[in-house]
Design a protein. Structure first.
Length: 250
């Protein structure tokens, strides 16, 4: 669900406490009033310019999506002052919303078009699903934590994302009755490799992007070919682990 260590050491925990205090201060305007939507939009545009474009993301649909989706709506109120900073943030249940650059990078890697149907494993806050929804025709997303899935479902509907379907449950088996998909994204890391059922739900020529491994992880892009799958490691990342059946499968 996000790039972060699964546990914070004591020193980092202190920084988290300080960040909470800072976020409260930053998220309030004069006399304790919340930051206006205009200010949040200005922060969002600056985020895209300095964190996304300046780091090499060039896909126009992805850049437009990052400018449109109100990331601050997908984080708890206490963190909204930090919503457009360059890092993940807690969303409850031991999970986080991913760093904006990582969301942009993974979305660009699937080469999105308006005709595509995409499956996401790990809805989390719903932010990645919203970014995808701006870029493709349909998004199916699965969340194993009911409280997070229900909250994301409500928020996505409130924001008008009618092309997103949220399902509660273990994403290991994918969504076979809705398959095949033009692309698949995993926002949590299986310990050894991507579950075979997910690869089987990918269309010919489609891309599956996933973090893989324990501890130091690799972001991998699989492309389905006529003879199998092309596997390419694209970088190093740190995501929360994929839970449920993926842990038992190893």
């Amino acid at each position: 669900m996000c790039v972060r260590p699964s546990r914070w050491p004591p020193a980092v925990a202190v920084l988290v406490v300080l960040s909470v205090v800072a976020s409260v201060v930053c998220s309030l305007g004069a006399f304790g009033q919340p930051v206006s939507e205009d200010v949040q939009q200005a922060r969002r545009l600056e985020m895209v310019a300095s964190q996304i474009q300046d780091r090499g993301i060039t896909n126009k649909a992805v850049l437009t999506a990052l400018r449109q989706v109100p990331r601050h709506r997908f984080v708890p109120a206490v963190w909204r002052g930090l919503a457009y900073t360059d890092g993940p943030l807690p969303i409850g249940e031991g999970q986080t919303i991913s760093q904006p650059y990582i969301v942009a990078w993974m979305t660009e890697l699937i080469e999105p078009t308006k005709k595509m149907r995409v499956l996401e494993i790990g809805t989390g806050s719903g932010y990645q699903a919203a970014v995808l929804a701006e870029c493709v025709a349909e998004v199916d997303t699965i969340e194993v934590v009911p409280s997070l899935g229900n909250k994301a479902k409500g928020l996505l509907a409130e924001l008008g994302y009618r092309n997103v379907q949220v399902r509660l449950g273990d994403g290991y088996e994918g969504w076979p009755e809705r398959a095949p998909y033009d692309a698949i994204l995993l926002t949590a890391a299986p310990p050894k490799d991507v579950p075979r059922p997910l690869l089987g739900q990918l269309k010919l020529g489609g891309h599956l992007v996933a973090p893989v491994g324990r501890g130091d992880q690799k972001l991998v892009r699989f492309t389905r070919t006529a003879t199998g799958f092309e596997r390419r490691v694209v970088g190093a990342v740190r995501f929360v682990p994929m839970t449920g059946k993926a842990q038992k499968a190893g």
